[in-house]
Design a protein around this ligand. Structure first.
Ligand SMILES: C[S@@+](CC[C@H](N)C(=O)[O-])C[C@H]1O[C@@H](n2cnc3c(N)ncnc32)[C@H](O)[C@@H]1O
Length: 289
């Protein structure tokens, strides 16, 4: 073996042991968080989890994942920032307008036949998706017979969702989304502007119940005609995704509708045969029975 080859070998060995060390530190951090606070991130998809953890190491100005572990376990405020940073609360009103348009066309007619409608938005973040649904049901004359359950593991996001206050600068994009989603009114009817913010009309909140619920650790809590869980399970590994699909299958009524995000699918889960696609492109599925 030449000196250069020996050099490469040593380098790759040290890269391997660095990776192993990182893996051990991540496992210790997540085990500690689970044992102390009950939040279970152990089955989140590793690549994005790693990125978020390193991002948080830098944000907390600590030198390593082990140092972050110490801070998170000893300082509740640091733990809360950690949960917030792992939760990726990105969302918008009428996100993926084509989905909401298709929902109007294909799901609303089914919902009209029910005396009472229960909808669960699992992983609702700061509430934009939930209020979009409230507006849609209101326009279709179904809001009064609906209850919307809006849940997330992130208490800070839920608090904002309850308040229904958003930046005015986002309204241009939301108005565009609303129109593309089949909205027929002036979107500005749904909010009152105040300085740099808008507050959504209180009547939209009337039938929404906001609650903390963790998909990794909490159980089913009701039976629903529709479950929205969009852009949440992309952050989970196969095991957790299967677990959550089990929870949804158990929570959906007969012929209940499951709506996933644009990059998600029911295929390759153990429930793929339990649903029929109502719209393959928009990821709208109907439970077989
Ligand atoms: C990217 S946002 C998606 C928001 C919205 N559904 C949408 O598509 O616009 C992901 C949300 O999932 C929530 N989340 C992540 N893991 C969760 C879990 N185990 N239980 C409940 N919510 C979770 C996060 O807190 C975050 O608010």
């Amino acid at each position: 073996m030449t000196a250069m080859e020996r050099g490469y070998e040593e380098q790759s060995e040290s890269a391997g042991s660095k990776q192993e060390l990182e893996q051990i530190e991540i496992e210790l951090l997540l085990n500690g968080v689970h044992r102390l606070y009950g939040y279970d991130f152990r089955n989140y998809a590793l690549p994005s989890l790693k990125r978020r953890i390193w991002h948080h190491v830098h944000a907390e100005n600590v030198p390593s994942i082990s140092a972050l572990q110490e801070k998170v376990l000893h300082d509740r405020a640091c733990f809360e920032r950690f949960v917030y940073s792992l939760s990726i609360p990105v969302t918008e009103m009428f996100r993926d307008p084509g989905l909401f348009l298709t929902f109007r066309q294909k799901v609303i007619p089914l919902l009209r036949t029910y005396p009472y409608i229960r909808i669960w938005h699992a992983g609702c973040s700061t509430g934009e998706e939930v209020y979009s649904m409230a507006i849609l049901l209101h326009e279709e004359g179904l809001y009064d017979k609906a209850r919307i359950y809006a849940t997330d593991m992130n208490a800070r996001s839920l608090q904002q969702a309850k308040e229904g206050v958003y930046e005015i600068s986002k309204m241009k994009q939301y108005t565009k989304n609303y129109m593309e989603a089949g909205g027929t009114r002036a979107f500005s009817e749904y909010y009152t502007a105040k300085y740099n913010s808008v507050i959504l009309q209180p009547y939209l909140r009337k039938n929404i119940i906001f609650a903390e619920h963790n998909l990794a650790t909490d159980t089913s809590f009701n039976e629903f005609n529709v479950i929205f869980c969009r852009n949440v399970m992309i952050y989970f590994n196969d095991e957790l995704r299967d677990h959550v699909h089990g929870l949804f299958h158990e929570s959906l009524s007969r012929f209940g509708v499951l709506v996933l995000g644009s990059k998600e699918s029911i295929h390759f889960t153990r429930f793929s045969d339990s649903y029929e696609p109502l719209d393959r492109v928009e990821k709208i599925y109907r439970k077989n029975q």
